[in-house]
Design a protein around this ligand. Sequence first.
Ligand code: HEM
Length: 507
Amino acid sequence: MFTATILAIIILWLIYKYWISNYKYFEEKGIPSIPGRFPFGSDMDMTLMRKFQGDLFLEMFKKFPSSPYFGLYLMRKPTLIIKDPEYVQVVLVKEFSSFKDRLLIKVPESDTLSQHLINLEGDKWKALRNKLSPTFTSGRMKAMFPLFLKTSEAFDSLLESHVNSVIDVKDLATRYTTDILCSCAFGLDTNVMQEKDSELIQLGKNILNINLRLMVAFLITTTFPKLAEIFQIRCTPEKKESQLLVYNLVKKTVEQREENNIRRKDFLDLLIQLKNKGTLDDEKGEESQGNIPEFTLNMERLAAQCFVFFVAGYETASSVQSFCLYELALNPAMQERVQTEIDRMEQLHAGVTYDAVKEMTYLDMVVSETMRKYPTIGTMSRMCTKTVTMPNGDTIEKGQFIFIPIWALHRNSEYFPDPDKFDPERFSEENKHTINPYAYLPFGEGPRFCIGKRFGLLQTKMGLISILKKYSVEPCESTQIPLKMSVEVLTKATEPIKLKLLKRKQP
Ligand code: HEM
């Protein structure tokens, strides 16, 4: 008994020593940091996701006024937080070759359904990115535009049935984005937005119901990286059931199209071309990329791209739409200005065309300001893959995990005066040049920025236009004012955003 107790004490003491052995890391490197405390690291509220991360970072910024970055410990993982836009540029652009990756744990080659842009690393990522980039040009978006119009028509009848009632803005917006994504990424000519228990609406909800799982995965990965590697515990959003559902759906559609020679101007069509020929029909063969091996698309890898387009586009665009409608409901003059612009452009272009949307400059300012005040991805990660010297002479070592705190940069009064005010004029022609591009990062920056930016913006704007063309929104008793932010991975309010939908008074 005595021996067992002594043994247990020794083991616990060794674990404790192992645990705290990292807590001198930043001090030894001369990098300012928030001290680590056993067992949760620098900030228990952050590690356990008990408080909103964006606000915690803003508070931490104040402790290091003159330093471009600072360190903190997540459990026992030393993590570098970049707070100066000049250094954000260093990480995302100037020294990109040292900060190419974003994940803590590699995805094995055998997991074909996870071989997509968010997860891939190094040369494989580069080869796939080069292959997929031509599918997101403005010409391709224009070609897909009729699919957006079709979804907008269906959306209108859904909205009509909610006039004069209180709507859950996010729920309606996700129905719209699900329909667009099913149409463009899965090639489905179906109207899922009216269905109550659609498998596809459920797919979106399941994919994003990930907070607890991600938190546990993150804690294990940061604390016991070797264990996480052996058991393939990953901090990525995929769930095997959702991946398989998408795989079966996409495989069926691809086979039908190939057997019957069906063409439809959507992403799936472009991915089929890449699978069968390696390039798009109207593209020249890929430029040689030195030693980078080609990333060939087979059916599983094709389905992985459809899956990630759905994951990446589902929550992001609907989140921007709902925060935007919330702000417009509280600022009726701005809402009216957007509506007047829609009317004018519709008249000028004889309908809501792709070019009409591009010319809606005030809508663009409003959407940009929404993404400033409520960036969907509040924190972005990078991994240092090659030891590098920073402009101030500090050495950042291979293996250093990095956070870029987008929310805190967007709400920092140094870069955006009166940061809690919703002010689209920040993005007007006269003012927008004053914005530091590395303090405003709704889509990230550098070679790994959001590949779906054009599509995401179009999706967001078309959802808003479909609503504001005929309807208005106003706050009601159940509207949470001001909004409180939830601790979830993606930016979200603690309560559903409730607004009253009214038929618009025609001018
Ligand atoms: C308003 C909508 C959207 C927002 C705010 C958004 C935001 C972001 C952000 C912040 C990143 C990280 C960039 C980085 O690490 O530097 C990202 C990456 C990515 N996004 Fe988006 N996104 C949106 C829509 C979309 C859509 C519609 C798609 C696909 C159709 C998409 C596909 C991706 C992919 C594949 C990546 C990873 C890129 C890579 O690693 O090469 N996103 N997005």
